[in-house]
Design a protein around this ligand. Structure first.
Ligand code: KG4
Ligand code: ZN
Length: 328
């Protein structure tokens, strides 16, 4: 079954066609990063207006690249939360229009669940029960997944999300936006020589990154970040602190719960230090999607939609956006 996925929850306008939650026939992502970078972060009103400009060409490209017509599509899966209300509305209304025009079912998808399902976009399927670490711009969640659609939240961030911490630290270090890729690049080949704090929050599966961010701010007052060597060492030290905590707490919870596998997903999962760290430090098998499927895309939405459809979980044409939607 071929599903058209649509994703507009934040600053990426994306559409993709995926067959049976595995084969990506097309995966088009139009990023607004150049528009928002001049403001140092996402401006919601600008994001929704830009989605309006790009959504139809993006959907058209996804259909053309897949080389199929509307009669070949079985359903449309669209992100309806969490995210920016104005941005979500664009994707949801386009999905509704397509479903009305071609008489197809609409499937509303939780963006966080979609990130997890990026791990299904390969021939090797994850095994249940698995522990999911979602690390994105707005979330750092540890979620136990016992089956399709069965989620139990174990931990979350108490303050900044991991991606948010990367973005804020990059701003302090003068590295630009988005911060994750900028810090990763700056940290390359540099040693993590600054001692920065790690919030272990013993006895809890929660995370906290605001103390680390404040420590980088204090470091900026004592050090000369205009000196490239100092700034790159600070970037490497920050990245190592985030990676250490994410890996140690995830592995600890996975062992306690005796899960079969760890699934890592979300924009921060594109980070090479995190990927390598999991590969060399986890006693359990770890699955992480390729980097382009970790950051926001619509292939993951379509993959997730397939499993909703198989369980008979489609939605009505009155489906609405839920900006504060959570998972588990
Ligand atoms: O999942 P995502 O694309 O969008 C949200 O749902 O939020 O995640 C975006 C976040 C941003 O904070 C960005 O800085 C971070 O993911 N990110 C990274 C990397 N690529 C993106 N963080 C660390 N290393 C990266 N390579
Ligand atoms: Zn995301």
């Amino acid at each position: 079954m071929k599903i058209l996925g649509i994703e507009t929850s934040c600053d990426e306008t994306a559409a993709a066609v995926v067959e049976d939650s595995q084969d990506i026939l097309s995966n088009v992502v139009s990023s607004q990063v150049d528009i928002h970078s001049r403001y140092g972060g996402i401006v919601p009103e600008v994001a929704s207006r830009q989605h309006l400009v790009t959504i139809l060409p993006v959907v058209k490209s996804a259909m053309e690249e897949a080389g199929i017509g509307w009669k070949d599509i079985g359903a449309v899966a669209v992100t309806n939360g969490p995210g920016l209300a104005g941005s979500l509305l664009v994707g949801v209304n386009v999905a509704k229009a397509v479903c009305l025009a071609y008489d197809m079912p609409i499937i509303a998808i939780n963006h966080l669940e979609a990130h997890i399902y990026a791990n299904w976009l390969s021939a090797e399927k994850p095994e249940f029960p698995c522990l999911c670490l979602i690390v994105s711009g707005g979330h750092s969640d540890l979620i136990l997944m016992e089956g399709h659609g069965q989620f139990r939240k174990l931990g979350r961030t108490r303050d900044d999300a991991a991606g948010e911490a990367f973005d804020k630290a990059a701003r302090i270090l003068g590295l630009g936006y988005p911060g994750g890729p900028a810090i990763e690049k700056a940290a390359e080949g540099s040693s993590s020589s600054f001692k920065l704090p790690r919030a272990w929050l013993k006895g809890s599966d929660d995370f906290s990154f605001s103390g680390l961010k404040t420590a980088v701010l204090h470091l900026s007052m004592e050090s000369d970040f205009s000196n490239r060597r100092v700034a790159t060492a600070a970037a490497a030290s920050f990245q190592q602190a985030v990676v250490d905590v994410l890996i140690a707490k995830t592995v600890q919870a996975a062992e306690r719960l005796a899960v079969k596998q760890i699934l890592v997903c979300g924009g921060v999962a594109a980070n090479r230090a995190l990927r390598q760290g999991f590969a060399s430090n986890s006693p359990l098998p770890v699955k992480i999607p390729p980097a382009n499927l970790c950051t926001d895309n619509a292939a993951m939405v379509a993959a997730c939609g397939y499993h909703h459809y198989r369980q008979g979980r489609t939605d009505g044409r009155d489906v609405d956006v839920i900006p504060g939607l959570s998972l588990g």
